[in-house]
Write a protein that binds this ligand. Sequence first.
Ligand code: NBP
Length: 478
Amino acid sequence: PEANIGVVGLAVMGANLARNLASREGNRVAVVNRSPERTRTLVDAHPEANFVPAESMAEFAASLTRPRTAIIMVQAGSATDAVIQELAAVFEPGDIIIDGGNAQFTDTIRREHEMRQRGLHFVGAGISGGEEGALNGPSIMPGGSDEAYATVGPIFESIAARADDGEPCVTHVGSDGSGHFVKMVHNGIEYADMQLIAESYDLLRRVGGLEPAEIADVFAEWNTGELDSYLIEITGEVLKQIDTRTGRPFVDVVLDQAGQKGTGTWTVQSALTLGTPISGIAEAVFARGLSSHPEQRLSGARLAGPSTSVELEDRDAFVEDVRQALYASKIVAYSQGFDVIRTAARQYGWRIDPSAIAKIWRAGCIIQARFLGRIADAYRADADLVALVTAPFFADATGRAQDSWRRVVSTAALAGVPAPGFGSSLAYYDGLRATRLPAALIQGQRDYFGAHTYRRVDGPGVFHTEWSGDRSETQISE
Ligand code: NBP
């Protein structure tokens, strides 16, 4: 045996991760792929990597030093299960199987359990950053046993992205499915972030009257301040792009139907199951859904819009309002994302440090942003923070932004420009702020039609009112 780490699955992600591993001091990388042509192509194209190629799982296992450590990078779902079974058949107790794909965290919990029964370690590692990240340094979110992490931690640290302070963007998230859960929520937050940026663009264009190239400049400017992030940066680049075929702005020749691969939906499904409101992320997933229903949109195009148009008094002030609305809504999206991570941690028995998660998202991943450092600070100062938005720094930021935020949401409504991300984030903020919610009335309705009972504000006990009788109140229990 000569390789200390192996990669199974050599499509774009696996090939790039294998090259990243091979470029680090002390690593020798074994590679294998279902169709051997892919292995040969990679090995031939990258002699500098000094790969140890294998054409079968048995050969792959024989090329690895103990404990054998292999990262699977194949299509999520049944392909991953198939490869795990093949590896388990040739690996021995104490060996480590890592799934670096975008697995459902519930699959990871099941797989970890199955492998543990066979004496094998199973690590579900979320890897973010796309092809580029895999090659040059991703953000890595591994979940698994402490014993497995002792071996895989240093390997991950060697290939992970580095934050500005030099810290590698990897941490032992927790046990079994925790890494894939956190990666899933990362993607959910990514959906929200993208939707909010898209709403900003739409408002600047349709209400502010700015051209794509001008909006690109606005984003470039925003990227020098508190919104500094990878997504803001690339949005500016996309808006600057001119279509070579037509000479029109690139954004105008792209079909306006947003695709999705499922992690946003999974995040919302998990949050629904856990009863945690992540309305910003949900609106982002639904907005992509609405965009990709052309027949509904075609018939909807007949619906009436506002009877008067919105005239801006001060365009620069509107641009600044949109910036503030974007920042405040983004804070809400991250607050909701961390909320669902904390709820899941309680539900599944994971010990997750939210501060460590914020830190490993500072580089390498799609949502990397300057303000993640602030999130890390907030959770370091108070690990039991019930809602990120209420931490002093973020309460102050949203407080300062709220007037702008309200103007933008109302302007969008008056202009007939959809801004579901902005609107729902503001509603969440106001919901959190409210000292009284109309939930009291809902309790009354529930008690009326279903005898679901209610509690009172002025003392303990559970009560029911005889709605169909004399409307007297009965105490049901203490
Ligand atoms: P794909 O998701 O396109 O999967 C292709 C790989 O899966 C090939 O190596 C293919 O082998 C292998 N495979 C399949 Br399909 N079925 C198999 C089976 N039954 N047994 C063995 N191997 C099988 O590759 P990718 O885009 O590189 O992504 C890899 C993983 O990383 C996925 O889970 C993805 O969700 C995740 N991810 C991707 C990105 C991204 O930006 N693309 C980012 C983050 C995470 P073959 O060559 O023989 O067909």
